[in-house]
Each structure stands twice: as C-alpha cells, then as structure tokens.
Design a protein around this ligand. Structure first.
Ligand code: G3H
Length: 478
C-alpha cells in the first residue's frame, strides 16, 4: 500500500478519510521510519458508538469466556514477540533485549489479569440488615462488580505495549470495551499488539485503536461524552486531562522524581548496582527511574566511586546492538536534558564524566555535589543524567524527597530494617523500596503515585477493581 499503517475500528484495519498521516521519527536516525493514520473526529465518534454497543453484549459474555480470549491474546503476544520488539527498537530506541522483555511481560500480564479477574469478579458480598441499629434481619443485600462502560486507554511512549495492556486487560476482563490512543512514538508496536487481540477473536468494536495528532483528536477523546473512564500514563498532560474530564473515574500515573537515600551503614556495592540499574536502564526514560541520589556525606566518596566505575562499563550506542544507553526518544527531549546539564554546570555541579551528545544519543552522566538551586535537583530529565546530593542527616534526605511535587516511588539503602521502615513511613511516595531500585513490577503489586505523580492505584488487582462499579440488589423480606 502507501506504507501508512491502518487504524483499528469495527474489527477491521482502516485508512482514515483524512487522507493524512503522522510520521514516526526513529530516535536513532532522526528520520521518518513509519507512518500512521491521522484519524478524524468523525472516526472517533464512530468507534465510540461501536464501543458502547459492543460493551453491552460483552458484559453479558460469561467471565470464563472473557478470560479464555485474554489467554489466547496473551499467547499471541508472546508468539509475536520478535516483530513487536523490532517496532520498539525502531520507534522508541528501546534496547533489543528490553524490547523483547516488554512483549513477554505483556503476555504474562494479560494471562495474570484473566486469572485474577475470574476470581475477584467471580465473587460478591452478602450483607444482612440487622447489624445496623434499628434494623431487624429483614433485608438481604447482594453486591456485584459491574463494568464502567467504555474505557479510554492512553499509554506513554516508554512502554507503548506493556502500559497499553496493563489498561486493556483489566478493562476487558471486567466487561468494559476499550478505545486505545497509543503514543505516536510506539504507535506501530501498539497496533501490532492490537493485532494479537484481533487474532484472538474478540468481538468487533470491543477494542479500537485510533491514531493521530493530539491537536486534532486529543481533547476530543478525553472530553468525549461516551468515555466512562480514562486510564492515562504520561507527563503533565495528565493534569490538563484531569481538569477537563467529566464526572468519570480517572487512573493516572504522571512521572516522578524517585529519590534513593543511602545511609552510612548501607551495602554500597548493592546500592551502586541499583543506582546504575535504576538510573540508567532504558537511558533513564522510566517514570520509576532513580532520579536523585541522596547520600550521607560520610559514605558519599566511596559510593560515587563505585557508581562511576559501573557507569564506565555501560555500553552506549544502537538499540539494535542492545546497547545499555541508546538515543533518547526525541530531539526536543535531548535538548531539554541538555538544558538541565548546562544549568548544573553553570551552578557548579561536579561532572563525574564529560558531557557528550551526538544527535539524540546522550552519554551517561553522573553529577555530584548537586545543590537545591539547580534545576536537576527537582526536574525529571527522562534521560541518562543522574544527580547526587550529599546530605548530613537522614532528615535532610527525607525533606528533599518530600519537597518534590512528585511522589511516585523512592528507595532507601541501609542494613537497619527498623530505620528503613521509619524512613519509608516518612517518605511521601506511593511506594518505597528497601534495598532495591524503584520499579513498578511485579505487575500484580499495587502501583500508585502521591501528589502530582497520579490518581488511583494500578497493579492488576487494583486496576480490575478500579474499572468496575459496585451494584447492589436488596431483597426485602415480608
Ligand atoms: O515509566 C513508567 C513505568 O510504569 C515504569 O515501569 O518500573 O517496570 O520500568 P517499570
């Protein structure tokens, strides 16, 4: 054809009537690599209508049948691991092994959702009236979890497949329909993932995938009257969406500035290994990346030396070669990261490596002696640049962590478990990891951010519950 990937609506692959397309720029070559349809508002209206209709009969489809289809899709996702990973390499420069892991992890997530769903949706509650004062046992109350309707799923570029299925699978098992708007970078990987659901044989209209420009269909989707719930992962756009959305449940995860607090009794080798993994995997483009190290002055030199030695071993280059550090997603992202680096330089941070950039490729950089007047102390680079702030008390570290407008995760390294727990309690973040880098997975663990990091809790069980409402039927005895 014309080389433009089609969008998915009514169980079919379609060209947009706009006749227009959106290019996907390969972050490595900075050249257009794929094109997707620039869908129109009328096309959105049509697939919303179909999503509404398809959802009604899907909600009546037995739970075990819904689970069966999800298991089929999960197996297909794993079978299609290679082409999906290839797209991730070209569209978002994800290192090839991580790209394959994303596809497999996604299959596992879908299967787990099916299993968890049949259990938690397969039971309700039975209540009797006479526990509340003034009542006799004359009322029996039955509860069930019913679907919300049409769920709008908007995943980010860094996990276009995994953070799509983490919304799609809970929605479907709970009896909802799905309208997916993938990120432009990663859209083709997402379309391929949708193809796996298509092959699994879900009813037509139940799942749609619409591509296009945010300026044309972004607000139109998020403010659409037929949307009953939005599950969004991304940046500040989420705050704007939440202000414009109607009276519908929102699930949002909007980034973080995850702090890593190192006490003076920490296992410094373990801490250094986790800082490098947490700070630099996928070139720091994870919401849960370690984004600031807060280390006790007494062990700071030793820790920084260990981290430096490990950073020196990171390979820098092409995602196709499975390099550790690969080009960041866009030129504007690279420019933003560079702005943070320049600001830190001007304000006197210690550069542990020389700053180096070629196109979108930025070499890993550790900045020591960062102070709170530097932007990098507070802002999220989403790149391979990691600031170290030296602290003289644990309180100082907790204070820095809590002064952030973000509150996703954090971590603390110490051999003293009681101290670790007290610090965890004091940190205003959705999760604190003791002696390991922050991470969302295992994917059935609850995952949530405080403050500007989000609304609601994710993780398989919480997402299934979040995508349902309680319905009660009360039997009144004579
Ligand atoms: O980028 C945000 C993701 O939810 C982080 O997931 O911890 O598995 O990398 P991850």
């Amino acid at each position: 054809g014309d080389g433009v990937f089609k969008y998915y609506s009514s169980g079919e692959w379609k060209k947009s009537s706009s006749g227009k397309s959106v290019p996907i720029i390969n972050p490595t070559t900075r050249q257009p690599h794929f094109k997707v349809q620039a869908c129109t508002q009328e096309e959105v209206n049509k697939l919303m209508e179909e999503a509404k209709t398809a959802q009604k009969s899907w909600a009546k489809t037995p739970l075990w049948k819904r689970a069966e289809l999800l298991h089929k899709a999960a197996a297909l996702l794993k079978e299609h691991k290679v082409p999906i990973a290839e797209c991730l390499v070209k569209e978002i420069a994800k290192p090839s092994k991580d790209a394959a892991t994303e596809a497999v992890r996604s299959g596992d997530l879908v299967s787990y959702c099916a299993e968890e769903g049949v259990r938690i949706l397969g039971e309700g509650k039975f209540l009797v009236s006479d526990s509340f004062p003034g009542n006799e046992r004359t009322k029996y109350c039955l509860t069930a979890k019913i679907p919300l309707g049409v769920i709008l799923a908007i995943p980010p570029f860094n996990y276009p497949v995994n953070l799509a299925v983490s919304k799609i699978a809970p929605a479907l098992i709970a009896g909802n329909s799905i309208v997916l708007k993938p990120p432009t970078q990663g859209a083709v990987a997402a379309l391929h993932m949708v193809h796996c659901f298509h092959l699994a044989g879900f009813p037509k209209g139940l799942i749609s995938c619409v591509t296009g420009r945010g300026s044309e269909i972004g607000d139109f989707l998020t403010m659409h009257p037929m949307v009953n719930c939005i599950s969004f992962t991304g940046g500040d756009t989420g705050i704007a969406i939440s202000k414009k959305a109607g009276m519908i449940p929102l699930q949002m995860e909007l980034g973080g500035k995850d702090a890593c607090i190192i006490l003076d009794d920490a296992d410094l080798d373990l801490a250094a290994a986790n800082i490098v993994k947490g700070g630099f995997s996928y070139s720091g483009q994870r919401c849960t990346a370690v984004k600031v190290v807060l280390v006790m002055e007494s062990v700071a030199n030793a820790l920084v030396d260990k981290v430096k030695a490990k950073v020196a071993k990171l390979t820098v280059g092409l995602p196709e070669d499975d390099s550790d550090i690969t080009p960041v997603v866009t030129e504007s992202s690279a420019n933003f990261i560079e702005g943070l680096v320049v600001d830190a330089k001007q304000k006197g941070a210690t550069f542990c490596q020389e700053y180096r950039r070629e196109g979108n490729l930025i070499w890993p950089l550790l900045l020591d002696n960062v102070r709170s007047d530097m932007r990098i102390a507070w802002e999220e680079p989403f790149g391979p640049v990691l600031p170290v702030i030296r602290i003289t008390s644990v309180e100082e570290g907790i204070h820095h962590c809590n002064a952030s407008n973000f509150g996703l995760q954090g971590c603390v390294f110490t051999r003293d478990i009681s101290k670790a727990i007290l610090i965890s309690d004091a940190m205003e973040t959705g999760t604190v990891q003791i002696n390991s880098a922050p991470a969302r997975g295992p994917d059935h663990f609850p995952f949530q951010g405080l403050k500007d990091s989000g609304i609601g809790s994710q993780g398989i069980t919480n997402s299934i519950n979040m995508m349902t409402k309680i319905k009660t039927t009360v039997i009144n005895l004579p």
